[in-house]
Ligand binder design. Structure first.
Ligand SMILES: [Zn+2]
Length: 479
């Protein structure tokens, strides 16, 4: 986009709270069950039923409110949002209108590599229930409906229109997701719809105070899609304005295959949802003691952990960012560091090999079945010269596969390095005999010839020689 304009973005994020049961009934929220098997008169909104609010959903929402530095409403009040849609059998959704559970929070994103940061306001976070799911099959003249999701607790988090670029929107979402994952209040699985995002975007001439016409983008299934769709919209809107035309306020859909947004419907005047207080749920007071009890159960959050890792382990910011990106990885690092006592080396192993395995198997640390004690052992064996770094990678791979003890793997596979001068003697002699040119190069001051010779010793011993010792022996023999 040209420098003439600036972008104004606001995000609405819906998070499914990971409670075992729904927001107002005892139906299971488990994903993937047979359609319409997790429903009851309450979530179907049959006449005469009474909803009962799920306390766990309240606790989870308060946790996020605390983490985002929000003010917490003194009274929890629910409202009915009335509208008709096939996935909403009750014809209304229980939500919160004028008294959101939490408001006035912020999310801090890093601006650039220098570590400068910017705070983006969180206008409100309110509780509501999810609707069901329509399943469309283009070959059929009708649609299916699955009401298992109906009534699942949602937290809607609305940002201030303070995000200034698609990249910043991406960062905002990444930070928010990290916080939610650390709090363990949602699995944040975007494919299963546990985390959904709509974006509002407009552009205006730099310095203008009035906001431009807002376009809402829906159907954003990943953070990458959010960024791509916003980038597309910035340029589209600039072109419209440069052509002397007006941007119409509308809802657009992101088409991931064509990389474009498509107009879905013009935004008519604000919908009239005829909100009114939910008569079946009595407002209740949020007691300060209750909030304090929840506050005491809060884990260390990513921003605090980053600071602590930097000072406690003396690691660089980039390293720490990777380690703290997920709680399970941060925990693994601390477990391994405890035994290895060399933070940088533990960090390198986790950033390198462990992350590689996590990616390959697209799993988390738990799914990797990695005992931190075993990883510490492997690192220790490299450190004291028992095995080479290369063998260590193989030991780790076998260890993940079989769960065997690293000591046994090293023995079984014969990975133990030869660190005995007597045993290396003949190999060293052989290499010197076969590589006279390199020996002479070294004698004539080409110091890197030694690296080549060490490599030859490694080859000769099938990778078992202790390279440090081999280097020392070669140097002594040649000079
Ligand atoms: Zn139910």
């Amino acid at each position: 986009m040209s420098t003439k304009y600036e972008t104004v973005i606001g995000l609405e994020v819906h998070v499914q709270l990971a409670t075992k049961t729904k927001a107002f009934c005892a139906c299971s929220t488990k994903f993937g069950a047979r359609a319409n098997t997790q429903v009851c008169p309450v979530c179907l909104g049959l006449p005469g039923v009474l909803p009962v609010f799920n306390k766990k959903a309240f606790e989870y929402a308060i946790k996020l409110a605390i983490a985002l530095g929000c003010e917490i409403q003194r009274v929890v009040k629910f409202d009915r949002k009335n509208y008709y849609y096939p996935d909403l059998p009750k014809n209304y959704q229980i939500s919160q209108f004028d008294m959101p559970l939490a408001y006035n929070g912020k999310i801090t994103v890093e601006e650039d590599a220098s570590g400068a940061s910017r705070s983006i306001g969180v206008t409100r976070a309110h509780l509501e229930e999810d609707a069901g799911k329509l399943i469309h099959d283009a070959r059929l003249p009708f649609s299916y409906i699955d009401l298992n999701r109906t009534g699942t607790p949602l937290l809607e988090i609305v940002s201030e229109p303070e995000i200034r670029s698609p990249d910043e929107a991406h960062k905002y979402l990444t930070v928010l997701k990290q916080i939610i994952e650390y709090l363990e209040i949602s699995d944040c699985n975007m494919e299963e719809g546990s985390l959904r995002c709509d974006a509002n975007v407009s552009i205006r001439e730099k310095g203008a105070r009035k906001l431009g016409s807002k376009v809402e983008i829906k159907n954003l299934n990943s953070f990458k899609a959010v960024r791509d769709a916003l980038r597309f919209e910035e340029i589209r809107q600039e072109e419209v304005l440069e052509d002397g035309e007006i941007i119409s306020q509308e809802t657009r859909l992101w088409d991931e295959n064509k990389n474009v947004t498509i107009s879905m419907r013009a935004k008519e005047a604000a919908h009239d949802y005829r909100y009114f207080p939910e008569p079946d749920l009595v407002p209740f007071e949020v007691k300060e003691e209750e909030v304090e009890i929840i506050r005491d159960t809060m884990p260390e959050l990513p921003a605090e952990k980053i600071k602590r890792f930097e000072t406690e382990y003396k690691l660089g910011h980039k390293d720490v960012e990777v380690l703290v990106s997920r709680k399970d990885i941060a925990d693994l690092f601390e477990e391994v560091e405890k035994n290895v006592k060399k933070a940088q080396i533990a960090a390198n192993w986790i950033k390198g090999e462990v992350m590689k395995h996590l990616k390959e198997k697209s799993t988390d640390v738990k799914g990797l079945n990695l005992d931190p004690v075993n990883l510490s052992k492997i690192i220790q064996m490299v450190e004291d010269g028992t095995i080479s770094g290369l063998s260590a990678k193989e030991v780790l791979a076998v260890c993940l596969e079989t769960g065997d003890d690293p000591d046994d793997i090293v023995k079984k596979k014969g990975f133990k390095q030869v660190s005995d001068e007597g045993e290396l003697e003949s190999s060293i002699e052989n290499v010197i005999k076969k590589n006279q040119k390199s020996v002479n190069d070294y004698k004539n001051g080409k110091t890197n010839a030694l690296g080549f010779l060490v490599g030859q010793v490694m080859k000769e011993t099938k990778g078992k020689a202790n390279p440090k010792l081999a280097g020392e022996m070669l140097r002594k023999k040649i000079t």
